[in-house]
Design a protein around this ligand. Sequence first.
Ligand code: MG
Length: 339
Amino acid sequence: MLKLTFKPYTLESKYVFTVASNSRTTTHVMLTEIEYDGLVGYGEASVPYYLGESLESVGIFLSKVDLSIFSNPYNIEDILHYVDSVAPENNAAKASVDIALHDLIGKMLGHPWHRIWGYNKEKTPNTSLTIGIDTPKVIKQKVEEAESFKILKIKLGKGNDIEIIEAVRSVTNKPLYVDINQGWTDRQYALDMAYWLKDMGVLFIEQPLPKEKIDDTAWLSSKSPIPIFADEAIQRYIDLIKLYGAYTGVNIKLMKCTGMHEARKMIEFAKTIGVKTMIGCMIETSCAVSAAAHLSLNTDYTDLDGPLLIKNDFFDGMKVVDGKVTLNDRPGIGVVKLY
Ligand code: MG
């Protein structure tokens, strides 16, 4: 019989983390476990407040999930279809069940998911490290501290975009991603910036305009010299279909799309329709990020820096070595508890 348990945990950030919409220093997560036949799978829901979920809502959702009705953990499709039907939304809560179930199944099989899925573990990508919005002086300092990273993701969208990029470029020539977090409002400004950013060595722009501005985004995507990625606009698989043509890339995160199972389907579908893919994360422990790291073997870009931004990780799992995502051979998602 499958048994689901959960408990809250608070992550403390190394820095005050500022994006276009907010600043914060702590993030709440719910840590889940699914136990079966003496084995335990670990999962996690990260619930930064601006995403609409909370520890309370995750707790309420998980209390309604009755996995004891399933006798065979291998029936992932049936189990996750049931979990999805318990209540609408609650995507991070659903992801915490999905991740724990994958971890459990991997442990039952005795293999890590990168192997089960047939990916080559040696082909893990470099991950970007995110630099939050700050003064040019602090940004330069953060860029210099990020020496081991081969790619940086720069947060923009608070009015000092050019100043920030020029500060970054005064200290490094590394390729950059930029993430606007819906902070721009004018499509012509966005297009002008796209050309300028391309000249500044930026590979793509993430969520430049508010997610509701679908027509303006489609206009921008059709004219931009670099891909326009969706983040806030695309949560789940169905959104890829609804927004077909509006974006030329998608940032897939386990907490948005309900977990590894749906993320993998989204990656395959995005590739089929010619949309670039990135696997991203929230501020979260090495549990959820390790789960996502297996999928980084099949995406165009990777932004898995979550555990690097916190002081009190609860798990040992995937590592970032010289800027490169590095997977281990532990079964399941590849994590062990630190406490
Ligand atoms: Mg983003």
